[in-house]
Design a protein around this ligand. Sequence first.
Ligand code: GLC
Length: 435
Amino acid sequence: MSSYVVRKTPGDLSWFTHDRFGMFIHWGLYSMPARHEWVKTNECIPEEKYQKYFQYFNPDLFDAREWAKQAKAAGMKYAVLTTKHHEGFCLFDSQYTDYKSTNTPIGRDLVREYVDAFRAEGLHIGFYYSLIDWHHPEFPIDHLHPRRNDPDAYEQSKNRDMHKYAEYMRNQVTELLTNYGKIDVLWFDFSYEHDPSFPDWMKGKGKEEWEAEQLIATARTLQPHIIIDNRTQIEQDLWTPEQYQPTEWIRHQETGELVPWEACQTFSGSWGYYRDEMTWKSPEMLIQMLINTVSVGGNLLMNVGPTSRGYFDSRAQDALKVYGNWMHYNSRSIYGCTMAEPDLLKNCPNGCKFTQSEDGKRLYVHLFEYPFQTLTLKNMAGKVDYAQFLHDGSELLMDERIRTNASGEEEQNLLITLPVVKPNVIVPVIELFLK
Ligand code: GLC
């Protein structure tokens, strides 16, 4: 068994830390302007103008089963869909708002279709729910809000009642956790401080404003096992580093304990569909991000931003296929794996990343830089029973070498003989069966 002790949290993480890889889906009206999910506030778009998207939202090519199949084929084991993003538009048939997909030309509860389809493929189901709401009439204007620069912003905002908005959130979370069966993840987004370059009354928002304690209690009463993130500002199950690659297991700020964490990342530089954004990550980066994450004990939630017609565009499909092709042969080094034990990890060769199965029996060496013919594993002599490439199960011959290194210490090394030419795998993996 892995010797790492992870901080205990209220939700059920048993499946989560095994599965390691999920699909984030950012979908809403913003897929129509197709220039970032923050477009409404980035461009300070007035309500009347943004209403056009609501009026014409019609994802006629949306087929949730197709999404679910692609997620599964990519090796993803769970998904988290934006049931409502910051723009306030709901993809579900809420009785607390008219601003929902059932009132647009598509006329359907898209959350329902997502849940049914992903569940049918055996994937765990997650809901993203935005704490921020740039449409709700009771949500006070702050420095992130599209109306922040209006000359009469104060007049517009002064009678808004945050309590009413907090109650609206509890009502909607109740709907989401009552009407769609068992939900595995609830992903709230997000809290922020005041920006001093804006007037004092445009306060930031955090746990007090969200009435986060009640919000979480509501969720836990309905689905006690559910995994909740920490972005309400109340610590729950999940630490969520965003758009960067942690190089160490995330630790608790006060106690220093290891915590459960999930990195969220995008294929290109936006969460929502962004037609003209061109910084799509290379296949090598995509695979390496997944390995890097698991090699330091985390999960990867990889985002897709579907088009407004409801499908994954070809760039997203290609990226998913990169994962699918690699995972088909190499998923054993991801599922049920975690950070390698410290005594092994300290000898991880340059250009390689380790993961280790939870039961400790297998060590996976990911070759980010393909070595020339021989890979030396320092102080691993006598520890490995059998070695093979993971992708094709072909034996790799081993040799033990004892030598004195430059500092005069004795090393008991294991040499693995590799083919000179790198196999046709983005990141080849060596599977070591430990003694
Ligand atoms: C951010 C953004 C948002 C995105 C989220 C995903 O906080 O506000 O658009 O949904 O990150 O982690």
